[in-house]
Design a protein around this ligand. Sequence first.
Ligand SMILES: Cc1cc2nc3c(=O)[nH]c(=O)nc-3n(C[C@H](O)[C@H](O)[C@H](O)COP(=O)(O)OP(=O)(O)OC[C@H]3O[C@@H](n4cnc5c(N)ncnc54)[C@H](O)[C@@H]3O)c2cc1C
Ligand code: FES
Length: 285
Amino acid sequence: MVLELKQKSEATSIYVPEIAAITKVEQMSPTEKLFDIKIDNPESQKAFDFLPGQFVELTVFGLGEAPFSIPSSPNNKDYFQLCIRDIGNVSGALHRMKPGDKIGIRGPFGKGYFPFEKMKGKDVMIVAGGLGLAPVMPLIHTILEDRENYKRLVIIYGSIDPENILFKEEIEDWKKRDDIELCLTVDNPDEAWQGEVGVCTNLIPGIDCSYDTYAVVCGPPVMYKFVVSEFEKKCIKPENIFLSLERRMECGVGKCNHCHVGNKLSCIDGPVFSLWEIRNLKEAI
Ligand SMILES: Cc1cc2nc3c(=O)[nH]c(=O)nc-3n(C[C@H](O)[C@H](O)[C@H](O)COP(=O)(O)OP(=O)(O)OC[C@H]3O[C@@H](n4cnc5c(N)ncnc54)[C@H](O)[C@@H]3O)c2cc1C
Ligand code: FES
């Protein structure tokens, strides 16, 4: 009986959102806002442990649910953040919300995450495009909070234009550090722009790296094939190349079959995969 009850409560819990409050909203770009979120139950908030690359399912009550990556540091236990583009029903409703408004949170979900432990003692190169910076932010936080245990950190970030660059405050901090090799590029520069112009892929050939560099890519789907090809030209091992593969998700927990990447499910096997894991799945990238 006890076992039955335990199984029931465990089975129920993955589908039942925790009530949480939006505590701060910041406009990051014309289309993205950054939300600080705190789970109402203090014990649940304290126990909210996630790994870089995991995501949550966020409910706007009466409207629906959608998956979002967690860009804040896993070491921040007081609250977590979500960077959300206003693109549809749930995200549009969120963009109209204010501090104090309540939402639902399920998760964190995803088995696959960026292997920050294995990256220790190695060079790490992160290539992100547009909103793709959000899922890799916790990896960057994790490396910077333990900086002496990693070798070089290269961050290549591309955006449509300077106005749409996300996490501008963090990027300004990175510019001041001499232990980050930061390359920023935009498609459409303005007069004040001092960085590179063009797609991120163009910058990879100029980066010095070895076969055991860890390389990460996250961005719009069109970018993966080209970035991975550049990584391969650098002879980076496929087991050291990591991709965040987002699919249209519904349940987030492996039940609805909406998020197939070949014979894998992005929500429970990913959303982060190594190139080695998906090497035979033609439709993956
Ligand atoms: C693991 C993961 C992490 C993510 N992280 C983030 C993040 O950090 N920030 C962020 O902003 N987004 C993120 N997303 C994307 C986000 O979940 C989607 O954009 C989601 O659809 C937003 O929900 P919505 O209700 O606002 O939009 P929807 O109303 O679902 O519409 C979103 C877009 O999808 C189109 N669409 C609607 N239904 C379908 C359909 N059946 N098939 C194809 N297209 C359809 C719409 O026309 C619209 O352009 C992530 C997705 C995944 C899977
Ligand atoms: S989102 Fe339902 S199985 Fe992956």
